[in-house]
Design a protein around this ligand. Structure first.
Ligand SMILES: Cc1cc2nc3c(=O)[nH]c(=O)nc-3n(C[C@H](O)[C@H](O)[C@H](O)COP(=O)(O)OP(=O)(O)OC[C@H]3O[C@@H](n4cnc5c(N)ncnc54)[C@H](O)[C@@H]3O)c2cc1C
Length: 386
């Protein structure tokens, strides 16, 4: 049963709750039992991808005419919740595939591009990644050095990208680069194009279930038809990030649920000084903070989905929910680790894995502080970002 202290699920339709429960059962039986081993080996189990496709977890909120399940955004959020409850790496995989690779093709692509890529991506047969961040700093993407030079009927792409989820397993990369007029444009770049290299980033202590790569483009020549015609300017990739951050706002609450139950169960079993530690006020204080933060975060995410389904969601609404929910899940994971004492540092429980993953989630897709400045700019009219 989903942690739901305020009966938030009662606000949802029976179809939405049904999808959530089916996805939870699937992940609990097929993914959860193996997740700690995969995390320890720092590998992404690619054999699950087609299964995710069959289950309708990829591009779930995109239209059926492109082979996607076309669920509403509330249901999409619940899917992200369930994926991340298991591990942030799986939500990252599905979130990047859906919101950062399929969505830009859907939103900014030509009809031909949509027909050729989206059905295979929904099925998990074509894997995508999203290359925006560069070595010089992710918070300021306008500084990008990657270029796309028009040469006849082709574009020549040169430059590099850093920290790219799915980079080494991707069949196509959505690459953001500046054109001859210094305008940011989006390109569909097949990863088998000569000059395209993906180097897997090693020694990660976070998101070990997820592939993260550096991408290098050395005179990568793609046909001019691979440009996303409607993506002009930095607002295009930022529009994709708004979609992905929506998923993070939901997914983080899945993490909070997981670490809370580990901490609650452990505290009921663990006795010191002849009493279960759950009877101690200091431990209860931590557990209560977790339940309260989960309740607040679930309400935020639910309202955000209602706004998105009504077509009223603004990017600053998403900043509030991403910032708040990622940070509260990170804090809860740290607190749960503390309640588990020494047991909290092994992979026998979920807490250290989630805690380390959440260090990434708090940072990527706009750091906590960058979202603070985005919201600050919105409410004061003063831009403290630049
Ligand atoms: C595991 C992982 C997966 C990722 N996947 C992708 C992906 O698929 N595609 C992609 O394009 N990117 C991806 N990223 C990149 C991610 O989005 C960036 O790491 C993030 O945007 C932060 O950029 P940075 O790491 O370069 O830090 P920086 O931008 O260098 O920031 C460093 C610190 O400075 C602070 N800071 C920066 N500017 C300001 C300011 N104006 N005022 C106050 N403080 C400031 C930040 O808050 C942060 O604390 C991923 C990152 C990770 C770790």
């Amino acid at each position: 049963m989903m942690l739901d202290y305020y009966n938030v699920l009662d606000l949802l339709s029976s179809e939405e709750r049904q999808v959530q429960s089916v996805v939870r059962d699937f992940l609990d039986s097929e993914i959860l039992p193996h997740v700690a081993d995969w995390w320890e080996k720092a590998d992404f189990p690619t054999h699950v991808i087609s299964k995710f496709g069959e289950m309708g977890l990829l591009g779930a909120n995109l239209p059926a005419e492109y082979g996607c399940p076309q669920v509403n955004n509330m249901t999409y959020g619940l899917i992200m919740y369930e994926l991340e409850r298991v591990d942030s790496g799986f939500r990252s995989f599905a979130g990047v595939q859906s919101a950062l690779a399929m969505y830009p093709i859907y939103k900014y692509g030509s009809e031909d591009q949509k027909q050729s890529y989206l059905p295979n991506m929904a099925a998990g047969l074509t894997i995508g990644c999203f290359g925006l961040t560069e070595h010089e700093g992710g918070s300021d993407p306008d500084q990008m050095k990657t270029t796309a030079r028009k040469v006849g009927e082709s574009y020549l792409i040169n430059g590099s990208k850093m920290w790219i989820t799915n980079g080494s397993i991707a069949d196509i990369a959505i690459v953001w680069a500046k054109d001859d007029d210094q305008i940011v444009r989006g390109f569909i770049v097949p990863s088998d194009t000569p000059g395209f290299t993906a180097n897997k980033i090693q020694r990660k202590m976070s998101m070990r279930n997820s592939i993260t790569s550096e991408l290098i483009f050395d005179d990568v020549e793609i046909p001019a038809t691979n440009i996303l015609p409607e993506a002009k300017g930095l607002s295009a990739p930022l529009g994709c990030l708004t979609q992905a951050r929506f998923g993070i706002a939901w997914g983080s609450m899945g993490v909070l649920e997981s670490v809370y139950y580990d901490a609650l169960n452990f505290s009921n079993i663990r006795s010191t000084f002849d009493k279960p530690i759950s009877s101690r006020q200091l431990v209860q204080d931590k557990l209560v903070d977790m339940v309260v933060d989960h309740t607040k975060g679930l309400l935020l995410a639910t309202r955000l989905a209602q706004l998105k389904d009504a077509g009223e969601m603004q990017y600053q609404h998403v900043s509030v929910a991403k910032r708040e929910n990622a940070r509260s899940a990170l804090n809860a994971a740290r607190s749960a680790r503390e309640i588990l004492g020494g047991s909290g540092i092994t992979l026998d429980y979920s807490v250290i894995r989630h805690m380390l993953n959440m260090e990434t989630v708090d940072t990527y897709e706009g750091t906590h502080d960058i979202h603070t400045l985005v919201i600050g700019r919105d409410i004061t009219g003063q831009n403290a970002l630049v």
